[in-house]
Design a protein around this ligand. Structure first.
Ligand SMILES: Nc1nc2c(ncn2[C@@H]2O[C@H](COP(=O)(O)OP(=O)(O)OP(=O)(O)O)[C@@H](O)[C@H]2O)c(=O)[nH]1
Ligand SMILES: [Mg+2]
Length: 356
């Protein structure tokens, strides 16, 4: 069994909360959530991210805006100490999506990386979504502020390019950052109704993420680092540290890798099935051969064949154990996401349709 390797890429405007989400998500998962843990492969990165997180929690200082040089992180995702997969995540500045900067090298890199990505995050700043339901007249404004049209175009291109290459669809996460702003604007709306309104809105803003395609999986997930109640992006102010209260930060990552892990289990199961058939055929052939007169004069051949079949049986047993273990791992991830879906913390779309 090989450990799958994945690539994650985020799209979102400047100040939408990409870098702080990554920091918060890492802080939560590096501490471990129900047996799931994350660690960077480079331990200097682990220290830098932990320092940046403490800087936010203790002093209210947020990291600076990302520069034109994207930062690449490499992570190991484990369940009960066992590595499930490794992935890398490149953090781009929002400006890399700005097509009016032909001299910017990160813009080209971002597009190339998207095509290679197994998991794509489309970040919508919750500040602009607040006050749902967003009526038609306001929707154009929201589209402009979140650059939803551009993100949708990037995603549509990526999906068609991957389909042309015959590679698996990426999983898609629509990340609604600064969810405290959304909640604050609709304090009395029940969670279920608010989630319905948000789903309705994001389906209109990012239709490519909800196209009916077999095997597509999209998560809509509001997240917050804290209930700060204001959007201070771009301002040199400190956050109120007493309001740090991370919510929902781990679900997107769980969703990110379901497709990939699922495919991995299926291909391992298929390989185990093929080996099983080969063993059955070899055992039948040997049995037939043993019944022939010739076999009496070929004891070495019979012994070596018997040994080869025995070796393959042992190999098969190991493969079946791995498949069973991977099945359990995937089932646990699915279970966690399912709990979140039932509580209206997230909404899940499969083949373009909302799972209810
Ligand atoms: N209210 C509120 N504000 C938040 C939250 N998370 C982040 N912010 C604010 O959003 C600001 C911008 O976040 P960043 O993560 O730097 O944004 P970015 O998308 O990485 O921006 P670029 O790197 O410029 O593209 C932060 O400085 C915080 O002030 C949240 O949960 N609630
Ligand atoms: Mg950033």
């Amino acid at each position: 069994m090989t450990v799958p390797q994945a690539k994650v890429t985020m799209l979102g405007t400047k100040g939408s909360g990409k870098t702080t989400y990554l920091l918060g998500m890492y802080a939560v998962l590096s501490a471990g959530v129900q047996g799931h843990t994350l660690v960077t492969t480079d331990l200097d990165d682990d220290e830098d991210m932990a320092d940046a997180w403490y800087e936010l929690c203790d002093n209210g200082r947020v990291p600076p805006a990302t520069s034109t040089e994207p930062k690449l992180y490499s992570f190991i995702f484990r369940q009960d100490g066992e590595t499930i997969l490794t992935f890398d995540w490149e953090d781009y500045r929002g400006g890399a999506m700005d097509g009016n900067q032909p001299e910017a090298t990160d813009a080209g890199r971002l597009q190339a990386r998207l095509i290679e990505s197994d998991s794509i995050y489309l970040v919508l700043n919750g500040t602009h979504l607040a006050g749902s339901p967003v009526v038609d007249e306001r929707r154009d404004g929201v589209k402009r502020m979140t650059l939803a049209r551009r993100m949708n175009a990037y995603l549509a291109n990526t999906l068609s390019e991957r389909a042309q290459r015959g590679v698996q669809l990426p999983s898609i996460t629509v990340l609604l950052t600064k969810a405290d702003m959304i909640r604050q604007a609709s304090p009395r709306t029940p969670p279920e109704e608010l989630m319905d309104q948000l789903c309705d809105l994001v389906q209109r803003l990012l239709p490519a993420a909800f196209e009916q395609r077999a095997g597509s999986r999209t998560l809509v997930c509001p997240v917050q680092l804290g209930a700060f109640g204001q959007d201070m992006a771009g301002e040199d102010l400190t956050l109120d540290t007493s309001k740090v209260n991370p919510r929902n930060l781990a679900y997107p990552l769980i969703h990110s890798f379901l497709n990939l892990l699922d495919t991995n289990v299926r291909s391992d199961r298929f390989a185990a099935g093929r080996l099983q058939n080969r063993i059955t055929e070899s055992a039948d052939d040997l049995e037939k051969y043993r019944k022939t007169f010739r076999s009496i004069f070929q004891p070495k051949y019979v012994a070596s064949q018997t040994r080869a079949i025995q070796d393959e049986r042992e190999q098969l047993e190991k493969m079946q154990e791995t498949v069973a273990r991977m099945d359990t791992q995937v089932a646990r991830l699915v279970g966690r996401l399912e709990e979140a879906r039932i509580m209206n913390r997230v909404a899940v779309f499969e083949d373009g349709k909302r799972v209810v």
